[in-house]
Write a protein that binds this ligand. Sequence first.
Ligand code: HEM
Length: 118
Amino acid sequence: MTTFAEVKNVLDTLASTHDIVRMKQKHGGAAFNWDTAENLRNAVAKITGATFRLIAPEFVGNGKADNTYLVRLLSGPIDEENLPQMPFRGPAASNDQIKIVRNWINEGALDDNTDCTA
Ligand code: HEM
């Protein structure tokens, strides 16, 4: 199982060379964050009037992670929607980093299990 902690580490690493406050503002504010798994499941980027859900629920837990905006934009630009690859101006995610995000989404985008008896 891929943990949310691994996903958070990937996204934090990718964002670490950027001004985080400015990055959030550029994506519409507080709803753009991955502080917790729940926050990431609900995260949106609001760009000039349009709202992009990073992980649309219909693509969670069913092998369709590659359809999410998050995986698509970490992988490359979406030219038809005028969206550049993220993080804008890099550094681009490695295949291994993308794999972690993809696997977590395909495994259900779950919270990390803190209960060993579950
Ligand atoms: C639905 C997902 C996302 C959308 C639609 C989106 C869209 C955009 C757009 C349109 C810009 C502005 C580019 C410009 O100035 O021309 C931008 C900037 C940026 N994005 Fe994203 N983004 C998304 C997710 C992400 C993620 C997951 C990261 C980091 C891991 C990220 C990192 C950045 C950074 C660092 C900038 C530059 C901010 C600055 O100007 O300082 N974005 N994004």
